[in-house]
Ligand binder design. Sequence first.
Ligand SMILES: C[S@@+](CC[C@H](N)C(=O)[O-])C[C@H]1O[C@@H](n2cnc3c(N)ncnc32)[C@H](O)[C@@H]1O
Length: 326
Amino acid sequence: MMIAPTLPAELKAALDGKLQGFSRTDAAQRSQKISNTYRSGGGSGTIKSEADALAYALARMPATYAAVAASLNALTEIVPDFAPETLLDVGAGPGTASWAAAEAFSSLQSFTLLDANGTLSRLALELAQDSARLGDCRYLPGDAGANLAEISPADIVIASYLIGELGEHDQRALTEMMWSKARHALVVIEPGTPAGYSRILALRQQLIAAGAFVAAPCPHEKPCPLTAPDWCHFSQRLPRSQAHRQIKGAEVPFEDERFIFIALTRTPPATRAARVLAPPDIGKAEITAKLCTEETLTITKVLRRDKTAYADARRWRWGDAVMAES
Ligand SMILES: C[S@@+](CC[C@H](N)C(=O)[O-])C[C@H]1O[C@@H](n2cnc3c(N)ncnc32)[C@H](O)[C@@H]1O
């Protein structure tokens, strides 16, 4: 099912409940410190107290949720009959990807969250405890790689904003482990930066060599046709709550989360769709769009006089899948 980029009402209510009486100034300072550590490559190690975990969730959960939602939407668009029953949420943090997957796949019955950070995991469990879907989720503390080695595969494995926290060697090892535990699909989401893209590219190459197929965003398993300094990423707009505006000192009532993802499957997807790689340029006489197609990377021009094609192309947005018949 295609899902909205906004936190489900149940999760929002649980988060709002936790935030009652939580000082916005304190949250702003904590989230600033957390994002500074992220920017300098320190990962989530600075999240130590319950207040840190809450500040992180308040500052980042809506945006990472929106990126996971968009990634799962892209997967279900290409593989509409995919109905996973079991999920492994690797590096689950506050449980973001599990919530998005619960929305995207009504078939999901079992949720396993793996995370080394006890504070974030406690928050994940508290947020989920009253949920009919996630209330019984299982949490495995400690290193995700070591835990994965011990457990049965799941229909879908998701790692959202995780692999950037690992060194290159650990990324490769965890990638192999996650794939070995993905019965049908593996979805990995990263920040939409050149570094995030290059991590996804390396993972893509590694797993295609291991027999994986790409359901999204790429319409093929060939080498990525982009050349540096160009890089592939997408942008998801989401509403910014008043609390979020306060802690970020932001004016506008929305934020745009830049992200990159890959959805890999064990069987070749029945459909292939070209991907819109940038906001199309709508000119008077024509629409110009950067498309990654099954064959190549193209700058497509659709002339206004081709009425039907032009009307279709007017609806293209950055990140959209363009099916062959349109
Ligand atoms: C940036 S957070 C992302 C959380 C969540 N997936 C999201 O998208 O909101 C990264 C998470 O990965 C966890 N993590 C990093 N390395 C890990 C490892 N080796 N084993 C388990 N968890 C790990 C951190 O504790 C943190 O909770």
